[in-house]
Every structure is written in structure tokens, then in C-alpha cells.
Design a protein around this ligand. Structure first.
Ligand SMILES: [Zn+2]
Length: 319
């Protein structure tokens, strides 16, 4: 039987667990509950529960040696004492109370009643003109159908949430985030609810970590104006671990030389601020596949200009 070495996430004691023998164990040192899938630790129960979720990709998103740091960080996040840092990091947390849930469900019910009334009125209108107006008659049902869809669509809270709040003593905290753990170069993705903290990543970044910036242009519609932006995703290791982070909005432009220079300076500024937080330059990979022009045309503009080409290189190489 082969044993795998690991560190207890609760007390940092070194442990040996048997390879290919999934089971629940207890740390001999601190009694923390350890869920072992035969290869990796997927959960630990101390006073709170910590989950390390990511199936077959485990090694690309978790550092088994850093799980004790992960648990400390999670506890601070749940206690409202810490959060991820740096540009392109994001986090949120809030408290959900029984009262919030009840009020929200009350509102949803009220809204549903109003929606039914509107629908019935427009249905009567529709029936009275059907035959005369034909297709145009159908159109008058569209707004009320939309209101019905909103009223009966996914709601904020379900009755199970109310039950959960009751069991948690009236209220519970929730939160999520992705970004860098303070005073480290560890990247994490997580969400939590009450006393269960779920990590989707907790990894010391290496050369494989990049931010991908996908340029896009949307022409807008009747109710929205055109938008141009870079969709930023973090990539831990290979495309499988890609996750959307946020968008960097820019002026609407045609990606001419001066426009690109303006965009690049904006991106360089963000990268510089991130450097100030974590002490390391992260490679930024920009893609123009969904942009205003063909990507090859934009790349030609960049490659034909010494200044743009130089910034592009710095961004790609992370230096
Ligand atoms: Zn322990």
C-alpha cells in the first residue's frame, strides 16, 4: 500500500493517507474531519466545513501544501476580516435574514398577481381584435407575456432558503470572490454560505497563469447603446480552468493605431496597479477575434508600429 503525504488543513501537521482508498479520516493531531478521495483531500470539517472542489483537474487548481493557508483565509473572509486584493479581483458578501427572504417572497407573489391581471386584460384585448388585425393582434400580447415571464421566472429566494435561515438561527452569510490572497501570490476562486466554504481554486501562480482579454464590440439595440470592451478571464493552467472575471470598457473606436495605443495604456495601468498589490507582473493575452475588424487586420496595425508592438510584447510576456 502506498501512502500520500499531505498537510492537515487545520493544524498543519504532516499526514500520510493511503493512495486509492477513499474514506473519511480524522487528523490524529487535531481531530479535524478529512474527506479523502484516494488521491486528494476534497473536504475538511473543523468548526466550519471547507470544500476543495475540482474533480480531475485538482492539481492544476490546488496546492495541497497550502490548504492550511486556505482554511485561515476562508475563516477571515467569513468573519469579514479579509478579502482578495488587487486589480481584477472581485468579492462580495452579505447577510441573508429570514425577514429578507419573507419580504422577497411576498413581493414575488404580489408581482405575480399583478402580472396575471395584466395578462388577462391584454388577452381580452387580443381576442376582441383577433381576426381583424391578424398578426398585429398577436403583437399586443408580447409585453404582457414578458411580464409573466419575469413574474414566474427564477426568483431570488426559495422556500428552502427560508428553512435554511431558520435552521441557521434566523440569518446566514453568503459571499463569493476570485483574486489574490493578501500577502501571497496565491490565486483563489470561492463561494460560501453560512458555515460552508467552497474553494474552486487555491493555487500559487506560476508561468501558466494569465489573464485573457477578449476584445468585443456590440452594436447595441433599441434600448442599449453600442459598447466596446475587453472581457477579462483568468486562466490558471490551460483553457479548461478559464473563468470570466470582469470587463474593461473603452471608448467606441475602429482599432486604429491611436485607438489601440489608448487601450494599451489603459491596460498597462491596470497591470501596474496589480503589480503594486502582488509584486509580480501577470501576462495579459489580448485577442481580437470578436472585434470591430478582422483580428488579422488589427494585428497588422500592432506589428507595423514599434511602440504598439513593444507594449504588446511586454503584456504577453508579463514583464
Ligand atoms: Zn490536524
Amino acid at each position: 500500500m502506498v501512502d500520500i503525504e499531505l498537510v492537515c488543513p487545520a493544524c498543519s501537521e504532516e499526514l500520510l493517507l493511503p493512495k486509492n482508498e477513499p474514506n473519511a479520516y480524522e487528523c490524529p493531531e487535531c481531530d479535524a474531519g478529512l474527506v479523502w478521495n484516494g488521491e486528494h483531500l476534497t473536504a475538511t470539517k473543523i468548526d466550519r466545513t471547507f470544500l476543495f472542489v475540482n474533480g480531475t483537474e485538482y492539481d492544476t487548481v490546488f496546492d495541497t501544501k497550502n490548504l492550511a493557508i486556505a482554511v485561515d483565509f476562508a475563516n477571515e473572509v467569513m468573519d469579514g476580516k479579509a478579502s482578495v486584493i488587487g486589480e481584477l479581483s472581485k468579492s462580495s458578501s452579505s447577510t441573508v435574514s429570514q425577514k429578507n427572504i419573507a419580504e422577497s417572497m411576498e413581493f414575488d407573489r404580489g408581482f405575480q398577481n399583478v402580472a396575471i391581471v395584466i395578462f388577462v386584460i391584454s388577452l381580452l384585448g387580443f381576442l376582441s381584435i383577433v381576426g381583424q388585425a391578424g398578426f398585429v393582434g398577436c403583437l399586443c400580447l408580447a409585453p404582457s407575456m414578458l411580464i409573466m415571464a419575469i413574474a414566474f421566472g427564477p426568483q431570488n429566494y426559495k422556500s428552502t432558503d427560508l428553512e435554511f435561515a431558520q435552521n441557521a438561527g434566523g440569518s446566514y452569510g453568503v459571499g463569493e470572490g476570485s483574486g489574490f490572497v493578501p500577502e501571497t501570490t496565491i490565486y483563489t476562486r470561492y463561494s460560501w454560505k453560512n458555515d460552508t466554504f467552497t474553494f474552486r481554486a487555491f493555487k500559487q501562480i506560476d508561468n501558466n497563469f494569465v489573464f485573457k482579454l477578449q476584445h468585443s464590440y456590440s452594436s447595441g439595440g433599441d434600448n442599449s447603446s453600442p459598447r466596446q470592451r475587453y472581457h477579462v478571464s483568468s486562466i490558471l493552467s490551460g483553457a479548461v480552468q478559464e473563468e470570466y472575471v470582469q470587463s474593461i470598457h473603452t471608448r467606441i473606436h475602429q482599432c486604429e493605431k491611436e485607438d489601440l495605443l489608448e487601450d494599451f495604456n489603459l491596460i498597462l495601468g491596470i497591470r501596474e496597479k496589480l503589480y503594486e498589490s502582488i509584486g509580480m507582473y501577470i501576462p495579459f493575452k489580448i485577442e481580437y477575434d470578436w472585434s470591430v475588424k478582422r483580428a488579422s487586420k488589427i494585428m497588422k496595425t500592432i506589428n507595423n508600429d514599434a511602440q504598439l508592438a513593444e507594449i504588446w510584447k511586454r503584456l504577453e510576456e508579463g514583464n
